[in-house]
Design a protein around this ligand. Structure first.
Ligand code: HEC
Ligand code: HEC
Length: 359
């Protein structure tokens, strides 16, 4: 495969390009009406099928070709595909009979990245070290959610400084799969955002227009994001996330301490109505948001997306992250901003999904 094609596939896998999902991704149709040969996952929303497949591949540490013949995904030519169907049924039974129907046991619970799960624990490969005492304070003993959110908003510059900025144009680079491409991010309060990455001959777009998300590449028709993708991109588009956290997430669990890359953090789990939870972690000292983990629901388990925010710098009176890394089980990329302009007029149709091909 030529290198640029592999790169496009890779970017598709990490969600930067819209090439693998079916055209009807926004439809709430069941999988069996969109795909040809669905027996176990009947009734699953069609837009959860590819995320479910990515979840399975990541859990077993295999590629799609482990179970599928390239170009005919509906065929049942490989024995592993049949085994996978039996495993789905087994998993559903375990969760039903032992966990009240909650999705506790998933492919990953047993497989942990291996096609053949280890049934025997490993022997010690080196001298045992004395376990370090873990200061695992129970939830609710540290700062409250309100205190954490207030400290975060203050660290960003405070509500007044935040509201003085209503739009932002950021320019930088996206680092993915060992190469670097220019990128621009346009954001407009309260919640419009478009990311344009310039790769080789064309451009790739990921956008939220204030109501719904879409993706596209130069020369192809744009596609609507699925409801789950759209919701995730609406979070990225929130211009005043800190000020709106409690409105967006009516349900927030008591915070717990957590250490992330050596940094002491406070983490809480926040839930918006009808959505899987989002985990937010704040640096205990600086108050800044360092990590967001959100999940996409699939019939076989939740697919995580982790965004690590770093390199906070001042931009016209408020602090913004100049670097963030988005990681999924199947890929990651980093965006490094080099230049920021605030309160620039952005054409409103900049965020709109083009009717025909993207150009
Ligand atoms: C461990 C085995 C396994 C792996 C790995 C796997 N799949 Fe699947 N795939 C299945 C099974 C089983 C079904 C059928 C599900 C059912 O019957 O409900 C399926 C169905 C599909 C379908 C529906 C085809 C149709 O028209 O009926 C598509 C598309 C698909 N997989 C894509 C992928 C992609 C893309 C990957 C890699 C990210 C992948 N699969 C990885 C087992 C696997
Ligand atoms: C309760 C534990 C458990 C769960 C949950 C589980 N598996 Fe397995 N799976 C196993 C074990 C054990 C084997 C190995 C059986 C063997 O070696 O014969 C296996 C084997 C497989 C194989 C055959 C591998 C090969 O080399 O052919 C596939 C494919 C597979 N599992 C897919 C899945 C999928 C997909 C899920 C989630 C829907 C899943 N499994 C959930 C325990 C589990």
């Amino acid at each position: 495969m030529p290198l640029h094609f592999r790169r496009l596939n890779y970017l598709a896998a990490v969600g930067l390009l819209a090439v693998i999902s079916p055209a009807h991704a926004a439809d709430p149709k069941p999988a069996e009406e969109v795909y040809k040969n669905i027996t176990q996952l009947k009734g699953t929303p069609a837009d959860q099928l590819i995320p479910a497949m990515q979840f399975i591949a990541a859990s077993l540490g295999v590629e799609c070709g482990f179970c599928h013949v390239q170009g005919k995904m509906d065929a049942d030519d490989k024995p592993a595909k049949k085994t996978a169907r039996d495993m789905m049924a087994m998993m559903a039974t375990i969760n039903k009979t032992s966990f009240n129907g909650r999705q506790e046991v998933t492919c990953n619970s047993c497989h942990h990245g291996l096609a053949h799960p280890a049934s025997v624990p490993p022997v010690l490969e080196s001298e045992p070290v004395a376990p370090k005492p873990v200061a695992q304070a129970p939830a609710g003993q540290g700062p409250s959610v309100d205190e954490i959110v207030e400290k975060y908003v203050t660290a960003l510059g405070g509500p007044d400084a935040l509201r003085k900025i209503t739009s932002r144009v950021e320019k930088g680079v996206i680092l993915a799969n060992g190469s670097e491409s220019p990128i621009e991010v346009f954001t407009q309060a309260p919640n419009k955002r478009i990311t344009v990455s310039h790769m080789g001959s064309g451009e790739s777009f990921t956008a939220f227009d204030g109501v719904a998300g879409w993706m596209g590449n130069t020369g192809r028709p744009a596609r609507d994001m699925s409801p789950a993708e759209s919701w995730a991109s609406s979070l990225d588009a929130e211009f005043y996330l800190g000020l709106k956290l409690k409105e967006i997430f009516p349900q927030i669990r008591p915070p717990r301490p957590e250490t992330i890359d050596g940094v002491e953090c406070e983490t809480f789990q926040a839930t918006a109505a009808g959505r899987p939870p989002v985990r937010l972690s704040f640096d205990r000292n600086s108050g800044l948001l360092v990590r967001e983990v959100r999940y996409a629901q699939t019939p076989v388990g939740r697919m995580p997306t982790q965004i690590d925010y770093a390199d906070y710098r001042d931009a016209d009176g408020v602090k913004i992250p100049f670097r963030w890394t988005l990681s999924r089980p199947n890929g990651r990329f980093t965006i490094q901003i080099k230049e920021v302009q605030s309160n620039i007029a952005i054409r409103d149709d900049r965020f709109a999904k083009p009717a025909g091909e993207v150009h």
